[in-house]
Design a protein around this ligand. Structure first.
Ligand code: ZN
Ligand code: ZN
Ligand code: FE
Length: 761
């Protein structure tokens, strides 16, 4: 007896193009004796099949277990249709609809198969620095438009050779429709340039670069999403020289090592850290530095962590391939001057960073979108993203509800913007601090590219409430130009909503939001940042906040924690004694100015910032008086923590105000008694943990609300997050913190979009 045939139509959405999805479907269909076809559409992948019920079931099961590594299915819709008249299973030509859109894969690190071929002398791509396949290689950085086909990528200028074309057209080949496919015959090439000679190509370029790095030189190296500045990480003079030339005083440098074995000489690795380092996203992972690491202090001054990544392109592997006497670990920091965006065009590399380096290693595959390296760490045994860029962006975040198409411009520092369409939020890669012309340009380029790429026509625009943020001004102008409604969203409310969205929070139930950060414009025009909110996507109440203190001189006090310490001490009625660390750190004249600024409310905005409370504490403990990057004082204070120390200090709560006076009194007393900074630091951190728990309990008893969201830049602090999480968990709270997005301002755009959508209706 013959089984009756049935027909099915399937629409798959998600990251299903350029990742070997059709060949996978093809192979599955053949293996299960099905007839029909598969094709790309501008919405996803469409499949029509006919076969027996049993065979179709087996085919559908395949999607659960055997997906190609880079594929990601967001929706999978099947529908029964009449049995078609097919005599084979085919991959048929693509269907493009001008209005449709689909997510695009991020750039992915070299896969094990390509790595094997790279070092196999019998392979035709042996030592070819641009080897890739459908499972790996550049995507987002080379795509100029959709549909994702070679002519709309920066590979358009490289016609395939016969061998490559054959692979490209063979559904059983790993490179079937791999758009960036290339080989030494037809693909991009390396060339190395110094100011003196005209340059060398290929293997000679590579060996010259390795020689120069060995000799302690500083080079620019073109990668996937931009140029790196590189030097031998074990060479102290080279590292110091790089700091001088780049004008980067203290911020840690990212490091790259050939493999885990080299990393382990300098950092302790947990299983989760190994997995994250080796993941196809290959982010920088902050790791605990081992005591006997021989890397110079200047690699990561004042830190007990090192930021490592593994090679993610074939070129990186060739640069670090183990060879006696050659650098084992390279500093690989963004190719830029100070805080400007990463340089990604060849011409810019010569003009903007050429003078910083002893030579530039170029290749001739153009980069269309610049993307920095991502930065992560393991928190609570899971990956925690601090900077979301290469490998993660532009993977969409699934938002809990469908909202109209929109643009949210994000914050000013660590900017990330967001477009929404259907239930997708397309969060941009990390753009940077919008305090210079170049970054602003990069922001606008990014916005135009995303809008074009995902074919989005915003119905409204959301931005921060801060009137002077460049992102708010941009939003305002764009709203006027396009006649769209503009919604100005309070910064910490946006943080709270972002954390909810990050956790797929669907409910309208309000949650307790511990939104702790450095700066955010409040509805009363004060600078908020130590906020206990109760809210959801539609609104919030400010339940408790740190007592306001003046920020004497505004931004100057952000750069000088000593000034913040004096402001806090004065607010708590504590005398500026001569022996105090912050007092000693400032001249008498500066102290007089600060005193007058505070007394007469001159250029001294009020702030409830948690970040500034950390700064003041670090200053009083004598840890840091002047910072060269945001969060430096807090990071150095966290590094000193003695985990054995369980003590903590009190705050005083009056109505909705959290007054740190008792904390400062006790901290000063301990300091005078000579308690070491390691213990002071622990006690300070524990105080914030205790405060968080106590106030959550109070809010819960009033409101029955049992869910807490931990969000804002202060939660980059691992100790604080892990301990607060545990304390709250032990007390039966449900605790949300960030998973797919960073806790800092890099996530607030999605919160802005969701909050604005609520008012838009
Ligand atoms: Zn590959
Ligand atoms: Zn070729
Ligand atoms: Fe913030």
């Amino acid at each position: 007896m013959v089984d009756r045939l049935i027909g099915k139509k399937i629409l798959v959405r998600g990251i299903v193009q350029g990742v070997g999805f059709r060949p996978f479907v093809y192979a599955q269909a053949l293996a299960n004796h099905l007839f029909g076809w598969v094709r790309n559409t501008s919405k996803g992948v469409e499949i029509e099949i006919s076969g027996t019920r049993k065979d179709i079931e087996a085919f559908l099961n395949g999607f659960k277990f055997n997906l190609p590594p880079l594929a990601r299915i967001d929706t999978f819709k099947t529908q029964t249709i009449p049995v078609g008249h097919y005599s084979s299973f085919d991959i048929i030509s693509s269907l493009s609809q001008p209005e449709d859109f689909l997510p695009i894969s991020p750039d992915m690190s070299i896969c094990p198969d390509c790595q094997e071929e790279l070092f196999n002398p019998n392979n035709r791509r042996y030592r070819y620095p641009f080897i890739n396949c459908t499972n790996c290689g550049p995507r987002f950085t080379i795509i100029q438009g959709i549909p994702y086909d070679r002519p709309l990528t920066t590979m358009a200028g490289f016609p395939m050779c016969e061998n490559c074309l054959e692979e490209y057209q063979d559904p059983f080949d790993r490179r079937f429709h791999a758009q960036p496919i290339a080989c030494p015959v037809c693909g991009p090439q390396l060339y190395f340039e110094t100011g003196i000679n005209n340059g060398v190509m290929g293997e000679t370029a590579l060996s010259t670069v390795r020689e120069l790095l060995k000799a302690g030189k500083i080079l620019a190296i073109k990668g996937l999403g931009g140029f790196h500045l590189a030097c031998d990480a074990s060479n102290r003079e080279a590292v110091q020289e790089l700091r001088n030339r780049k004008n980067r005083i203290a911020k840690a440098f990212a490091l790259m090592a050939f493999d885990l074995i080299s990393i382990e000489r300098h950092a302790n690795l947990t299983i989760e850290e190994r997995q994250l380092l080796q993941s196809s996203e290959r982010p920088v992972v902050l790791l605990e530095r081992v005591k006997n690491s021989l890397l110079p202090y200047d690699v990561a001054p004042g830190q007990n962590t090192l930021g490592f990544m593994l090679p993610y392109t074939p070129l990186h592997l060739l640069l670090l391939e183990p060879k006696e006497g050659y650098p084992e670990i390279l500093v690989m920091t963004s190719g830029n001057l100070s805080e400007e965006p990463i340089v990604y065009r060849d011409i810019e590399a010569r003009s903007r960073i050429g003078h910083l380096v002893d030579g530039i290693l170029f290749h001739n595959r153009p980069i269309h979108m610049r993307v920095d390296d991502s930065v992560t760490r393991i928190v609570n045994s899971k990956p925690y993203i601090l900077r979301r860029a290469r490998g993660y962006a532009p993977n969409p975040i699934i938002i809990p509800k469908e909202i109209p198409q929109s643009l949210a411009t994000g914050a000013e520092l660590k900017n990330v913007f967001c477009f929404t369409r259907e239930n997708y939020a397309f969060m941009s890669h990390h753009i940077g601090d919008l305090d210079n012309y170049e970054t602003m340009q990069s922001f606008e380029e990014g916005i135009n590219h995303f809008q074009h790429l995902f074919r989005i026509n915003p119905e409204f625009i959301a931005c921060d409430m801060h009137p002077d943020y460049l992102t708010s001004r941009y939003a305002n102008n764009k709203a006027l130009e396009d006649s769209l409604p503009l919604f100005r969203v309070q910064h910490h409310h946006a943080h709270l909503a972002a954390c909810l969205a990050d956790n797929g929070w669907k409910s309208d139930q309000p949650v307790i939001g511990l939104t702790f950060d450095g700066t955010g414009f409040g509805t009363d025009k004060a600078i908020w940042g130590g906020e206990f909110l109760l809210g959801n996507y539609s609104g919030y109440k400010r339940k408790y906040h740190l007592a306001y203190v003046p920020l004497p001189g505004g931004d100057v006090s952000v750069k000088k924690p000593a000034r913040m310490a004096l402001a806090h001490l004065k607010a708590s009625g504590i005398v500026w004694e001569e022996d105090l660390a912050p007092v000693r750190a400032l001249s008498e004249d500066e102290r007089k100015v600060i005193f007058t600024q505070i007394e007469h409310h001159v250029n001294s905005p009020l702030t409830s910032s948690m970040g500034r409370l950390f700064d003041a504490a670090a200053s009083i403990m004598g840890i840091r008086q002047v910072v060269s990057y945001e969060g430096q004082a807090a990071i150095e204070m966290e590094n000193l923590i003695d985990t054995e120390e369980k003590g903590f200090y009190q705050f005083e709560i009056t109505k909705d105000i959290i007054d740190p006076t008792p904390l400062w009194m006790l901290l000063m007393k301990d300091w005078h008694l000579g308690v070491p900074p390691s213990k002071l630091s622990s006690r300070f951190h524990n105080s914030i943990v205790e405060l968080s728990k106590n106030l959550c309990q109070k809010i819960r008893s009033e409101t029955q609300c049992n869910t807490v969201a931990l969000t804002g830049g202060v939660w980059q602090n691992k100790y604080l997050l892990e301990h607060t999480y545990q304390k709250l968990k032990n007390d039966e709270f449900q605790v949300l913190f960030h998973r797919q997005l960073p806790p800092n301002d890099g996530s607030i755009a999605i919160g802005q979009a969701l909050i604005a959508a609520d008012s838009f209706r």
